[in-house]
Write a protein that binds this ligand. Structure first.
Ligand code: ADP
Ligand code: MG
Length: 720
């Protein structure tokens, strides 16, 4: 292997590059480009192919193109209250192009020569581009080349300065050493690294630029997947788990008692979980399933599997309302099965010799939140009683909010932690719950109704095993989704629908417009809407629910709605997660285009949970392309996975379904949507390599590169 390694170049400060003085160094550092390696991996975001610059006279309409010209006029003005429009007139020779942006931060000046990339349309006889990308065409020696790299601008550095610095860095640093074996390069048809690092910046042809980028994307994803594979291996090596005994009759009698057959997906999920539970190392499994796919039964099945072996289980829900709902639902299921007594009868001791096992009629469930406690075996239990019963092991399953980890609750022998809707908790709490075990690290089951595209679960959750409940219980009709404009004529039939449904005994939700960053304003607008709807529906009982209400009042309203005492519930997004009202059949969402896809999907999931067919009405007049795309996606499908993929496409990978992605946001080149196939490849190769060489001792170059480029996050993986 010859040449300088990226690991080495990662330790050379970028101010060693000719042309980067102290000022530029400051700017680059501020933007995360500290080393020569960082600079070399700062790939162009686009290339301008001079041979493909179009003349306005012959530009094809409606296609992605780049044109260049001189700015002759600019203007900036406010339109419709919130929005600002920036306009520029551009001339190339004799033809004129009008460009518009709805972005107040666009800054261009008369006389600048610029390239504009986007779609040209003809409007009222004039050529026009909406929100084109802008590149400055300065004159410098490097751009006499046919293909001009356009690097992401960094800290105000001029594009030509960036190009020149990278050029200088390449001259000094090359050749750059290869780290992948010849065999792998051949098999996956990857360009060698030295060529790739050079060609990504200064390609001779677009095909070369593509091949170079492909190689660097592979490298980036390969590093990430190696780190994830090593993390997973370390979790197995470092932790002592509990090999749960899997015999006993609790689970069987529970399943037999259900008023329905488990779906195939539920059976598979319970099997996979039980296989994990029986293993001596801790489970880290993500259970994904659409709203209504029946995750609760799977979770209860898993809990009973450890309870029958003498261990305790815990369920952590994201909100108090959901914790209570889980508690009531679980106790209900167990009572149906004759497994939970309401008397003070506690579990008997061993039925199986040395194993303390549970059998019928004796599963004790507790609820612990910061506001309330409950114990299925003892209706009058105080907080002190409940905590003591958990600590002594008398409680089998404890359900709560994060007070489970915050309030210093001690368990006697926690064997399984179930975390519902985990992305609201984050990794930190995951770790804390795991520390509650005494015999060994408890197994961990994370449940989420957030559909996570496979590309994301391979990165964000790369160290978790994934079970997907991909089958809905039979007899559900998908929610019908329609969209209407926000005007009285369009909304009238919607209100008629509400009247008809309520007359037939059903109920409706009306979700009020989102007010970002102000719960107070949101509450006010919900209250106003409530007062209006009280007048629209004088014959009905209308209720109000928002985040500023006291917890007790919220609970009371939820109870009334659940009991049917309220017909129409006007609410903010506090109802987003998990609320189960099978009798509700209409979901109206106002200003729907302002909500994210994940929120819309969650809200729609609040209806269609019973045997009645349901309708979701999106009141929307989208003003942005994204808003329009979100509404269209909602109308087109109820499939959460497809919506999540769509969300990923619309919003890019920075945030998907509201999840900020550590790890993924660190990707500089790769785009997990566009590069999904490369991701799958890189993952396969990375996991295969780590399987044969868990600490990379046989692969020192790869090991050094990952440590040098990924920094503190991975350091622990290499400690012995
Ligand atoms: P999730 O938590 O995944 O949103 P739940 O566990 O709350 O879904 O289940 C939704 C509803 O479906 C519940 O009323 C439950 O009783 C019912 N259900 C679950 N599994 C089945 C099944 N296999 N067949 C019929 N109904 C089921
Ligand atoms: Mg649920």
């Amino acid at each position: 292997m010859t040449g300088r390694s990226l690991a080495y170049l990662a330790n050379v400060d970028v101010d060693n590059v000719k042309g980067i003085g102290p000022k530029a160094f400051q700017k680059l550092r501020g933007a995360g480009i500290e080393s020569v390696a960082d600079l070399l991996l700062h790939a162009p975001r686009r290339y301008l192919d001079r041979s493909e610059l179009f003349d306005l006279a012959s530009v094809p309409l409606g296609e992605e193109v780049t044109v260049a010209g001189v700015v002759t006029e600019t203007s900036k003005r406010r339109i419709s209250g919130r929005r600002t429009m920036v306009e520029a007139v551009v001339k190339d020779g004799t033809n004129v192009l009008r460009c518009v942006w709805f972005n107040p931060y666009i800054k261009i000046a008369v006389g600048e020569e610029l390239a504009f990339s986007g779609k040209v349309v003809r409007r009222m006889g004039r050529l026009e581009m909406k929100s084109p990308d802008i590149d400055r065409l300065d004159s410098d020696s490097l751009i006499t080349a046919r293909i001009v790299p356009v690097h992401p601008s960094v800290g105000g550095l001029r594009p030509h300065q960036m190009r020149q610095s990278i050029h200088n860095a390449l001259v000094r640093a090359r050749p750059v050493a290869e780290i992948l074996p010849e065999e792998l390069l051949d098999r996956l048809d990857l360009m060698d690294r030295d060529t790739a690092i050079s060609s990504v910046h200064f390609p001779e042809a677009m095909s070369e630029a593509r091949a170079a980028r492909h190689r660097l994307v592979f490298d980036e994803l390969f590093r990430l997947e190696i780190a994830l594979a090593m993390r997973k291996q370390r979790q197995i090596d470092d932790s002592e788990g509990i090999a749960h005994p899997m015999h006993g009759d609790l689970l069987d009698s529970f399943v037999a008692s259900l008023p329905y057959e488990l779906t195939g997906a539920q059976v598979r999920a319970i099997d996979e979980i039980r296989t994990d539970l029986a293993r001596p190392h801790p489970m880290h499994r993500l259970l994904q399933g659409e709203v209504g796919s029946g995750k609760t039964v799977v979770a209860v099945g898993a809990l009973l599997s450890v309870v029958q072996g003498g261990y305790q289980g815990a369920v952590m829900a994201p909100t108090e309302v959901l914790a209570v709902q889980h508690y009531l639902g679980t106790v209900d299921l167990l009572q149906q099965a004759g497994l939970a007594s309401e008397s003070g009868e506690f579990a008997s001791d061993s039925l199986f010799g040395d194993i303390t096992s549970k059998s019928g009629g004796s599963v004790v469930v507790a609820l612990v939140t910061s506001n309330q406690v409950a114990l299925s075996s003892e209706p009058d239990a105080t907080r002190t009683d409940v905590l003591a019963a958990i600590a002594s092991g008398d409680v089998d399953v404890t359900i709560g909010t994060h007070s489970l980890i915050q309030e210093g609750i001690s368990f006697s022998n926690l064997g399984l932690a179930v975390v519902d809707e985990q992305h609201r908790f984050g990794v930190y709490q995951r770790v804390q719950l795991k520390e509650k075990g005494t015999d060994g690290e408890p197994d961990l089951l994370i449940m989420t109704a957030t559909p996570i595209p496979r590309t994301l679960s391979m990165t964000l959750y790369g160290d978790l095993d994934v079970t997907v409940l991909d089958e809905m219980p039979p007899g559900r009709t998908p929610v019908r989704t329609i969209t209407v404009s926000n005007d009285a004529a369009a909304i009238k039939p919607v209100y008629d629908l509400v009247r008809n449904e309520v007359a037939a005994g059903r109920q409706a939700f009306v979700v009020c417009p989102l007010v970002e960053d102000s719960d107070k304003l949101e509450a006010t607008s919900a209250t106003t809407e409530y007062e209006r709807l009280v007048r629209v529906f004088p014959e009905m009982t209308v209720g109000l629910l928002h985040g500023q209400m006291r917890p007790a009042d919220k609970d009371a309203v939820m109870h009334q709605f659940r009991d049917g005492a309220i017909d129409v519930l006007v609410a903010t997004t506090v109802i987003e997660v998990g609320i189960d009202i099978p009798n509700a059949t209409v979901m109206i969402i106002e200003d729907a285009d302002r909500f994210g896809l994940s929120q819309l999907h969650q809200l729609r999931g609040r209806v269609g949970r019973g045997r009645f067919s349901a309708t979701c009405v999106l009141i929307a007049d989208p003003t942005t392309e994204d808003g329009e795309a979100r509404i269209a996606a909602m109308v087109a499908t109820t499939d959460g996975f497809r919506l999540a993929e769509e969300d990923l496409r619309i919003r890019g990978q920075g945030t998907v379904f509201g999840v900020r992605q550590a790890g993924v946001k660190d990707l500089k080149l790769a785009d997990i949507v566009r590069d999904a196939q490369v991701l799958f490849q890189a993952r396969k190769e990375a996991f295969a390599l780590v399987a044969t060489d868990p600490r990379l001792v046989e692969h020192p170059a790869i090991s050094a590169e990952i440590q040098a480029l990924m920094g503190d996050d991975v350091e622990w993986l290499f400690r012995s």
